[in-house]
Design a binder for this molecule. Sequence first.
Ligand code: GLP
Length: 260
Amino acid sequence: MEVVIVDTPTDAVPIVADAYSKLLTEKPDAILGLATGSTPLGVYKELIRRHKEQGLSFAQARSFNLDEYVGLPEGHPEAYATFIRREFTDQVDFRPGAVKGPNGLAEDLLQAAIDYDNEIVDSGGIDLQILGIGSDGHIAFNEPMSSLGSRTRLKTLTEQTRADNARFFDSIDGVPRLCLTQGIGTIMEARHIVMLGFGENKADAVHACIEGPIMAKWPASALQLHPHTTVVVDEAAASRLEEHDYYKTTWSKKPDWQSI
Ligand code: GLP
């Protein structure tokens, strides 16, 4: 696991956007794993800029969202399918149908989860997965105690996650209780994972997941077993890291030719 500590969230943007540019240059038909939440928004804005100003193209790429609320009507502004289209994919040149997400309106939610997982595997697998981290260490909607080998499935959100996400809704009552989410086992099959964490309210989770034991109580700790994960955090989110200075030195001495 490579840990990159930057001064501010803005400083993380070119590092992560460069990973997309490099991948799409080498493999234009790459499979991208997309995350919602506020954390990746700066990266998406930069990718849109690179598309408009530098011709970065997603025309041959495909994408899979990590998760979806259950029961939000189609087009609801906080449905993750709507969010990702509005904040990113509709502003670049993905082909129609190339942007996928779990179907939180399916009649048979359990089957929809299995079908979605199979679709990811059948696509050849995700090349680059971007992740945020919840204040309780969740990735996608894999809440604490999720099986570290889990596949895409129906989950119940914790009250903490509902409270964290209530800021996007009129009140907490509007936040769904159920979701479909890629499992930790599903996410772990991505070839390169970039997890972002910004702000002091992520500091405990970042510390526990990077430097603590691998345990279901801290879902993102599973990433310690992944062969190519890059964690990019700002100083606030890194404030509890015990090996802070080592991570800074390693990054500052990294050869120019070596990307994340
Ligand atoms: C939600 C999403 C996660 C995201 C997390 C953090 O629960 N399902 O994928 O990482 O929120 O959100 P934010 O980036 O807004 O802090």
